[in-house]
Ligand binder design. Structure first.
Ligand code: ATP
Ligand code: MG
Length: 331
Protein backbone atom coordinates (compact mmCIF):
# COMPACT_ATOMS: atom_id res chain seq x y z
CA UNK A 1 0.00 0.00 0.00
CA UNK A 2 1.33 3.47 -0.85
CA UNK A 3 0.27 6.25 1.52
CA UNK A 4 0.57 9.95 0.75
CA UNK A 5 1.04 11.97 3.97
CA UNK A 6 0.12 15.67 4.11
CA UNK A 7 1.15 17.98 6.96
CA UNK A 8 -0.04 21.60 7.15
CA UNK A 9 -0.85 22.27 10.82
CA UNK A 10 1.44 25.26 11.27
CA UNK A 11 4.29 26.73 9.21
CA UNK A 12 5.63 23.68 7.39
CA UNK A 13 4.09 22.18 4.27
CA UNK A 14 5.19 18.56 4.38
CA UNK A 15 4.40 15.73 1.97
CA UNK A 16 5.62 12.14 1.98
CA UNK A 17 5.11 8.82 0.25
CA UNK A 18 5.24 5.71 2.44
CA UNK A 19 5.22 2.16 1.10
CA UNK A 20 3.95 -0.32 3.67
CA UNK A 21 6.33 -2.98 2.32
CA UNK A 22 9.45 -0.99 1.46
CA UNK A 23 9.29 1.87 4.00
CA UNK A 24 9.55 5.61 3.41
CA UNK A 25 9.87 6.31 -0.33
CA UNK A 26 10.53 10.03 0.00
CA UNK A 27 9.46 13.21 1.71
CA UNK A 28 9.61 16.92 1.10
CA UNK A 29 9.15 19.87 3.47
CA UNK A 30 8.78 23.56 2.74
CA UNK A 31 9.39 25.64 5.82
CA UNK A 32 7.91 29.14 6.05
CA UNK A 33 10.56 30.41 8.48
CA UNK A 34 11.56 33.24 6.11
CA UNK A 35 7.95 34.47 5.97
CA UNK A 36 7.35 34.47 9.73
CA UNK A 37 10.91 35.21 10.93
CA UNK A 38 10.48 38.97 10.82
CA UNK A 39 7.41 38.77 13.09
CA UNK A 40 9.15 36.49 15.64
CA UNK A 41 6.32 33.93 15.41
CA UNK A 42 3.81 32.36 13.03
CA UNK A 43 1.20 34.65 11.41
CA UNK A 44 -1.74 32.25 10.76
CA UNK A 45 -3.15 33.98 7.66
CA UNK A 46 0.25 34.13 5.96
CA UNK A 47 0.79 30.48 6.84
CA UNK A 48 -2.52 29.42 5.23
CA UNK A 49 -1.80 31.38 2.05
CA UNK A 50 1.62 29.83 1.68
CA UNK A 51 0.25 26.29 2.13
CA UNK A 52 -2.23 27.03 -0.68
CA UNK A 53 0.63 28.12 -2.94
CA UNK A 54 2.94 25.22 -2.12
CA UNK A 55 0.79 22.08 -1.85
CA UNK A 56 0.42 21.35 -5.59
CA UNK A 57 4.01 22.11 -6.70
CA UNK A 58 5.44 20.14 -3.76
CA UNK A 59 3.28 17.14 -4.60
CA UNK A 60 4.39 17.32 -8.25
CA UNK A 61 8.02 17.52 -7.14
CA UNK A 62 7.68 14.59 -4.70
CA UNK A 63 6.00 12.38 -7.30
CA UNK A 64 8.49 13.15 -10.06
CA UNK A 65 11.56 12.81 -7.79
CA UNK A 66 10.39 9.36 -6.76
CA UNK A 67 8.98 8.34 -10.15
CA UNK A 68 5.55 7.60 -8.65
CA UNK A 69 2.28 8.36 -10.39
CA UNK A 70 -0.73 9.82 -8.58
CA UNK A 71 -2.57 6.63 -9.52
CA UNK A 72 -0.13 4.49 -7.49
CA UNK A 73 -1.37 6.11 -4.26
CA UNK A 74 -3.79 3.95 -2.24
CA UNK A 75 -4.52 6.15 0.80
CA UNK A 76 -4.11 9.82 1.75
CA UNK A 77 -3.33 10.65 5.40
CA UNK A 78 -3.59 14.27 6.49
CA UNK A 79 -3.17 16.26 9.70
CA UNK A 80 -6.59 17.10 11.06
CA UNK A 81 -5.35 18.77 14.26
CA UNK A 82 -4.16 20.15 16.54
CA UNK A 83 -2.89 23.27 14.85
CA UNK A 84 -3.90 26.58 13.34
CA UNK A 85 -7.38 26.42 11.83
CA UNK A 86 -6.57 28.07 8.47
CA UNK A 87 -3.48 25.95 7.76
CA UNK A 88 -5.38 22.79 8.83
CA UNK A 89 -8.25 23.68 6.49
CA UNK A 90 -5.92 24.07 3.50
CA UNK A 91 -4.33 20.64 4.03
CA UNK A 92 -7.63 18.92 4.79
CA UNK A 93 -9.37 20.41 1.71
CA UNK A 94 -6.44 19.45 -0.50
CA UNK A 95 -6.25 15.91 0.89
CA UNK A 96 -9.98 15.23 0.73
CA UNK A 97 -10.51 16.61 -2.76
CA UNK A 98 -7.46 14.76 -4.11
CA UNK A 99 -8.67 11.49 -2.52
CA UNK A 100 -12.14 12.07 -3.94
CA UNK A 101 -10.80 12.72 -7.45
CA UNK A 102 -8.62 9.57 -7.27
CA UNK A 103 -11.50 7.53 -5.77
CA UNK A 104 -9.35 6.46 -2.82
CA UNK A 105 -9.80 6.82 0.93
CA UNK A 106 -8.40 9.48 3.20
CA UNK A 107 -7.63 9.25 6.90
CA UNK A 108 -7.49 12.03 9.49
CA UNK A 109 -4.37 12.03 11.63
CA UNK A 110 -3.66 13.57 15.05
CA UNK A 111 -0.45 15.56 14.62
CA UNK A 112 0.70 14.78 18.18
CA UNK A 113 0.18 11.05 17.74
CA UNK A 114 2.22 11.33 14.53
CA UNK A 115 5.12 12.95 16.43
CA UNK A 116 4.91 10.32 19.19
CA UNK A 117 5.25 7.40 16.76
CA UNK A 118 7.77 9.14 14.43
CA UNK A 119 10.86 7.24 15.75
CA UNK A 120 9.25 3.98 14.57
CA UNK A 121 9.73 5.07 10.95
CA UNK A 122 13.42 4.24 11.27
CA UNK A 123 13.81 2.38 14.61
CA UNK A 124 12.89 -1.24 14.05
CA UNK A 125 13.73 -2.20 17.68
CA UNK A 126 11.24 0.15 19.29
CA UNK A 127 8.38 -1.81 20.82
CA UNK A 128 5.35 -0.91 22.89
CA UNK A 129 4.85 -0.06 25.67
CA UNK A 130 6.95 3.10 25.97
CA UNK A 131 7.04 6.38 27.84
CA UNK A 132 6.66 9.26 25.41
CA UNK A 133 7.96 12.77 25.94
CA UNK A 134 6.45 14.93 23.23
CA UNK A 135 8.34 18.20 23.29
CA UNK A 136 7.50 20.58 20.48
CA UNK A 137 6.54 24.14 19.59
CA UNK A 138 3.04 23.86 21.02
CA UNK A 139 3.22 21.01 23.53
CA UNK A 140 5.17 19.32 26.30
CA UNK A 141 3.38 16.09 27.26
CA UNK A 142 4.48 12.93 29.06
CA UNK A 143 2.41 9.91 28.09
CA UNK A 144 2.44 6.23 28.87
CA UNK A 145 1.84 4.60 25.48
CA UNK A 146 0.54 1.14 26.37
CA UNK A 147 -0.63 0.05 22.93
CA UNK A 148 -1.73 1.57 19.64
CA UNK A 149 -4.48 4.00 20.76
CA UNK A 150 -4.21 3.05 24.45
CA UNK A 151 -2.59 6.07 26.07
CA UNK A 152 -2.41 7.51 29.55
CA UNK A 153 -1.32 11.15 29.74
CA UNK A 154 0.88 11.40 32.85
CA UNK A 155 1.56 15.11 32.78
CA UNK A 156 1.88 18.17 30.59
CA UNK A 157 2.97 21.75 30.74
CA UNK A 158 0.75 23.95 32.85
CA UNK A 159 1.65 26.99 30.74
CA UNK A 160 4.22 27.40 27.93
CA UNK A 161 5.69 24.50 25.98
CA UNK A 162 9.46 24.02 25.98
CA UNK A 163 9.72 24.93 22.27
CA UNK A 164 7.72 28.12 22.75
CA UNK A 165 10.06 29.20 25.55
CA UNK A 166 13.11 28.46 23.38
CA UNK A 167 11.58 30.69 20.70
CA UNK A 168 10.65 33.54 23.07
CA UNK A 169 13.96 33.65 24.94
CA UNK A 170 15.81 33.56 21.60
CA UNK A 171 13.77 36.54 20.44
CA UNK A 172 14.72 38.51 23.58
CA UNK A 173 18.36 37.64 22.95
CA UNK A 174 18.05 39.05 19.41
CA UNK A 175 18.44 35.59 17.84
CA UNK A 176 16.57 34.34 14.76
CA UNK A 177 13.33 32.34 14.60
CA UNK A 178 12.89 29.45 15.28
CA UNK A 179 14.82 29.96 18.48
CA UNK A 180 15.66 26.38 19.51
CA UNK A 181 18.53 25.79 17.08
CA UNK A 182 19.80 29.39 17.59
CA UNK A 183 19.94 29.01 21.38
CA UNK A 184 21.86 25.75 20.90
CA UNK A 185 24.35 27.43 18.55
CA UNK A 186 24.93 30.30 20.99
CA UNK A 187 25.24 27.89 23.95
CA UNK A 188 27.84 25.84 22.08
CA UNK A 189 30.25 28.82 22.20
CA UNK A 190 30.88 28.26 25.91
CA UNK A 191 31.13 25.44 28.43
CA UNK A 192 30.23 27.44 31.54
CA UNK A 193 27.88 30.20 32.61
CA UNK A 194 27.85 32.99 35.18
CA UNK A 195 24.07 32.58 35.35
CA UNK A 196 22.03 29.95 37.14
CA UNK A 197 18.35 29.77 36.24
CA UNK A 198 15.65 27.81 38.08
CA UNK A 199 14.80 24.21 37.11
CA UNK A 200 11.00 24.57 37.37
CA UNK A 201 9.07 21.71 38.99
CA UNK A 202 12.09 19.41 38.78
CA UNK A 203 11.51 18.08 42.28
CA UNK A 204 7.72 17.82 42.32
CA UNK A 205 6.16 14.39 42.51
CA UNK A 206 3.84 14.95 39.56
CA UNK A 207 4.71 14.77 35.85
CA UNK A 208 3.59 18.28 34.97
CA UNK A 209 5.92 20.96 33.66
CA UNK A 210 5.93 24.75 33.86
CA UNK A 211 8.25 26.88 31.73
CA UNK A 212 6.70 30.33 31.78
CA UNK A 213 8.39 31.34 35.07
CA UNK A 214 11.75 30.34 33.60
CA UNK A 215 10.99 32.47 30.53
CA UNK A 216 10.13 35.48 32.75
CA UNK A 217 13.23 34.96 34.89
CA UNK A 218 15.51 34.88 31.83
CA UNK A 219 13.83 37.78 30.00
CA UNK A 220 13.91 39.99 33.12
CA UNK A 221 17.64 39.37 33.37
CA UNK A 222 18.12 40.12 29.66
CA UNK A 223 16.27 43.44 30.05
CA UNK A 224 18.78 44.53 32.72
CA UNK A 225 21.89 43.63 30.74
CA UNK A 226 23.87 45.17 27.92
CA UNK A 227 24.03 42.10 25.67
CA UNK A 228 27.20 40.96 23.94
CA UNK A 229 28.20 37.62 22.36
CA UNK A 230 29.69 36.25 25.59
CA UNK A 231 26.64 37.17 27.70
CA UNK A 232 24.29 35.73 25.07
CA UNK A 233 26.24 32.47 25.03
CA UNK A 234 26.30 32.16 28.81
CA UNK A 235 22.58 32.88 29.15
CA UNK A 236 21.79 30.41 26.34
CA UNK A 237 24.04 27.81 27.98
CA UNK A 238 22.31 27.70 31.36
CA UNK A 239 18.83 28.25 29.89
CA UNK A 240 19.24 25.27 27.57
CA UNK A 241 20.61 23.16 30.44
CA UNK A 242 17.69 24.14 32.66
CA UNK A 243 15.13 22.87 30.13
CA UNK A 244 17.12 19.70 29.44
CA UNK A 245 17.56 18.98 33.19
CA UNK A 246 13.80 19.18 33.76
CA UNK A 247 12.86 17.14 30.66
CA UNK A 248 15.30 14.31 31.38
CA UNK A 249 14.58 14.13 35.13
CA UNK A 250 10.81 13.87 34.70
CA UNK A 251 10.98 11.44 31.77
CA UNK A 252 13.37 9.02 33.51
CA UNK A 253 11.31 9.27 36.71
CA UNK A 254 8.17 8.22 34.78
CA UNK A 255 9.98 5.34 33.07
CA UNK A 256 11.31 4.07 36.42
CA UNK A 257 8.06 4.52 38.32
CA UNK A 258 5.99 2.72 35.65
CA UNK A 259 8.77 0.18 35.10
CA UNK A 260 8.91 0.80 31.33
CA UNK A 261 12.15 0.07 29.48
CA UNK A 262 11.60 2.08 26.30
CA UNK A 263 11.41 5.86 26.11
CA UNK A 264 10.54 7.96 23.06
CA UNK A 265 11.45 11.66 22.84
CA UNK A 266 9.87 13.32 19.81
CA UNK A 267 8.71 16.71 18.47
CA UNK A 268 10.78 19.70 17.34
CA UNK A 269 12.81 20.09 20.55
CA UNK A 270 13.95 16.45 20.19
CA UNK A 271 16.26 17.78 17.45
CA UNK A 272 18.34 19.34 20.23
CA UNK A 273 21.78 17.72 20.13
CA UNK A 274 22.61 18.36 23.77
CA UNK A 275 19.32 16.74 24.82
CA UNK A 276 20.18 13.68 22.70
CA UNK A 277 23.73 13.50 24.07
CA UNK A 278 22.65 13.93 27.72
CA UNK A 279 19.95 11.26 27.30
CA UNK A 280 22.60 8.82 26.12
CA UNK A 281 24.77 9.60 29.13
CA UNK A 282 21.99 9.52 31.73
CA UNK A 283 19.61 6.81 30.48
CA UNK A 284 21.03 4.06 32.73
CA UNK A 285 19.20 0.79 32.10
CA UNK A 286 16.56 2.47 29.86
CA UNK A 287 16.53 2.68 26.05
CA UNK A 288 15.79 6.11 24.57
CA UNK A 289 14.61 6.49 20.98
CA UNK A 290 14.55 9.71 18.96
CA UNK A 291 13.12 10.34 15.50
CA UNK A 292 15.52 10.71 12.61
CA UNK A 293 16.55 14.40 12.59
CA UNK A 294 14.49 14.97 9.41
CA UNK A 295 11.38 13.73 11.22
CA UNK A 296 11.79 15.74 14.46
CA UNK A 297 10.18 18.99 13.37
CA UNK A 298 6.97 18.96 11.34
CA UNK A 299 6.98 16.71 8.27
CA UNK A 300 4.70 14.64 6.07
CA UNK A 301 6.58 11.38 6.69
CA UNK A 302 5.23 10.98 10.23
CA UNK A 303 1.71 11.70 8.92
CA UNK A 304 1.97 9.03 6.21
CA UNK A 305 3.39 6.53 8.72
CA UNK A 306 0.72 6.99 11.42
CA UNK A 307 -1.94 7.04 8.68
CA UNK A 308 -0.75 3.60 7.62
CA UNK A 309 -0.60 2.35 11.27
CA UNK A 310 -4.21 3.42 11.73
CA UNK A 311 -5.41 2.43 8.31
CA UNK A 312 -7.05 -0.80 9.41
CA UNK A 313 -9.42 1.23 11.59
CA UNK A 314 -12.77 2.37 10.31
CA UNK A 315 -11.81 6.04 10.45
CA UNK A 316 -10.97 6.21 6.72
CA UNK A 317 -13.58 7.85 4.60
CA UNK A 318 -14.32 9.03 1.12
CA UNK A 319 -16.62 11.92 2.02
CA UNK A 320 -15.76 15.51 1.24
CA UNK A 321 -16.78 16.72 4.69
CA UNK A 322 -13.96 18.69 6.32
CA UNK A 323 -13.85 18.97 10.08
CA UNK A 324 -10.44 20.11 11.35
CA UNK A 325 -9.95 19.80 15.07
CA UNK A 326 -7.62 22.48 16.48
CA UNK A 327 -7.34 20.52 19.75
CA UNK A 328 -6.23 16.91 20.37
CA UNK A 329 -7.06 13.89 22.53
CA UNK A 330 -3.77 14.60 24.36
CA UNK A 331 -4.65 18.10 25.56
N1 ATP B 1 17.72 22.05 18.05
C1 ATP B 1 16.64 22.46 18.71
N2 ATP B 1 16.69 22.71 20.05
C2 ATP B 1 15.60 23.13 20.72
N3 ATP B 1 14.43 23.37 20.15
C3 ATP B 1 14.32 23.15 18.82
C4 ATP B 1 15.41 22.69 18.03
N4 ATP B 1 14.99 22.59 16.76
C5 ATP B 1 13.69 22.98 16.74
N5 ATP B 1 13.30 23.31 17.98
C6 ATP B 1 12.00 23.84 18.39
O1 ATP B 1 10.98 22.98 17.94
C7 ATP B 1 9.79 23.74 17.78
C8 ATP B 1 9.09 23.34 16.50
O2 ATP B 1 8.72 21.98 16.66
P1 ATP B 1 7.48 21.38 15.90
O3 ATP B 1 7.65 21.67 14.45
O4 ATP B 1 7.32 19.96 16.29
O5 ATP B 1 6.37 22.27 16.60
P2 ATP B 1 4.91 22.61 16.17
O6 ATP B 1 4.45 21.63 15.15
O7 ATP B 1 4.84 24.05 15.89
O8 ATP B 1 4.12 22.32 17.51
P3 ATP B 1 3.19 21.05 17.84
O9 ATP B 1 3.85 19.86 17.23
O10 ATP B 1 3.17 21.02 19.31
O11 ATP B 1 1.87 21.37 17.23
C9 ATP B 1 10.17 25.21 17.81
O12 ATP B 1 9.75 25.76 19.03
C10 ATP B 1 11.70 25.16 17.72
O13 ATP B 1 12.35 26.22 18.39
MG1 MG C 1 4.67 19.60 15.38
Amino acid sequence: MIVLGIESSCDETGLALFDSEKGMIGHIVNSQHDIHGKYGGVVPELASRDHVLKLVPLLDQLLSQNKISLHNINLIAFTNGPGLLGPLLTGASFAKSLAWSLKIKSIEVDHLEAHIFSPMITEKNLNLPFISLLVSGGHTILTLVKANSDYKVLGKTLDDSAGEVFDKVARHLGLAYPGGPEISKAAANTNKSSYKFPRPMIKTNCYNFSFSGLKTNVTQLINKLELNDLIISEIAYDFENSIIDVLITKTLKAAREYNIENIVIAGGVSANQKLRMRCNLEKGEKKIFFPDMAYSTDNGAMIAYIGWLKSSKKTKDISLEINPNPSSRFV
